[in-house]
Design a binder for this molecule. Structure first.
Ligand SMILES: Nc1ncnc2c1ncn2[C@@H]1O[C@H](COP(=O)(O)OP(=O)(O)OP(=O)(O)O)[C@@H](O)[C@H]1O
Ligand SMILES: [Mg+2]
Length: 259
């Protein structure tokens, strides 16, 4: 559509991606992960939660990224992530830093991005007890409040951000980068903070079309995600590798738990 989507990378990213089933969420999520790893290289690490086994990581071997698909692994992993965050916060305190600067300190403390596919399936998973479901809900609250200073961010794809089924409104407000695809007007209205006239989801023609905004929800850019049907993941990775800011197919994104 010749509309440019420009993400500012100077701040840990809190990305929310809203669209109903079959609207191109996973495709866009994969594009974002590839783009971020190309732009930030060793300054970014991903950890994935994927109830539906649809994310990039399990398919593209270049990503030696841990992806957790089994409900029993989610809380222990979230606790580990919280541990990494608390260690960082303690280290920052010792150094007298108010926050980790992603640009200046990103080599030593890479930006860790927690990637969540299908938020409702994660939060309301029937294999988990009510207590466990609540603990996961609470984790999102404490993580999103504290992670930013520690150069840790999030990328969440969901069919809804309704507080009844997913996370509280105060937690949702932490998303500074938002994408909205085809969805109900009610869901769109929640996620564009009432600016439905500026991102008219009824105008979106089909899968892959989205609106994008960063920080200012008065300004939405309409665009279509890059997509190819043939061997989607490989072709996407290759398309990025022949870009003039070549990340190279040999490039690996590292695993934060290995450090
Ligand atoms: N940019 C695009 N251009 C054309 N078709 C697209 C585009 N993005 C996605 N599609 C089509 O839409 C289908 C669904 O895409 P995708 O799996 O990314 O959506 P989703 O929102 O994650 O769906 P689900 O709810 O099933 O997980 C793809 O298989 C593809 O056929
Ligand atoms: Mg999907």
């Amino acid at each position: 559509m010749r509309n440019e989507v420009r993400m500012q990378l100077g701040d840990p990213m809190r990305i929310g991606l809203l669209a109903s089933s079959g609207s191109g969420k996973t495709t866009l999520l994969q594009n974002i992960v590839l783009m971020l790893s190309r732009e930030l290289r060793e300054k970014v690490q991903f950890i994935g939660f994927d109830p539906k086994l649809t994310s990039l990581f399990s398919i593209e071997p270049r990503f030696s990224v841990p992806v957790f698909t089994q409900p029993a692994t989610w809380l222990p992993t979230m606790n580990k992530i919280e541990q990494i965050m608390n260690d960082r916060l303690a280290e920052m305190k010792a150094r007298g830093w108010a926050k980790i600067d992603p640009v200046r300190h990103g080599g030593e403390f890479p930006q860790i991005i927690v990637v969540v596919e299908e938020l409702p399936s994660l939060i309301n998973n029937t294999e988990l007890s009510k207590n466990e479901q609540n603990a996961i809900r609470e984790w999102f609250g404490s993580y999103l409040r504290m992670a930013r200073a520690a150069n840790m961010g999030i990328l969440v794809a969901s069919q809804t951000f309704d507080s009844g089924v997913t996370i509280a409104t105060s937690i949702r407000s932490q998303f500074n980068i938002r994408f909205i695809g085809r969805c109900s007007i009610g869901d769109a209205n929640l996620f564009c903070e009432g600016q439905t006239d500026k991102c008219n989801v009824l105008r979106l023609a089909g899968p892959g079309e989205f609106y994008f905004a960063q920080d200012d929800f008065n300004q939405w850019v309409r665009f279509k995600t890059w997509y190819t049907d043939e061997e989607r993941i490989r072709t996407m990775a290759q398309a990025y590798s022949v870009d003039n800011r070549d990340i190279g197919l040999g490039w690996r994104v590292s695993n934060p738990f290995e450090d």
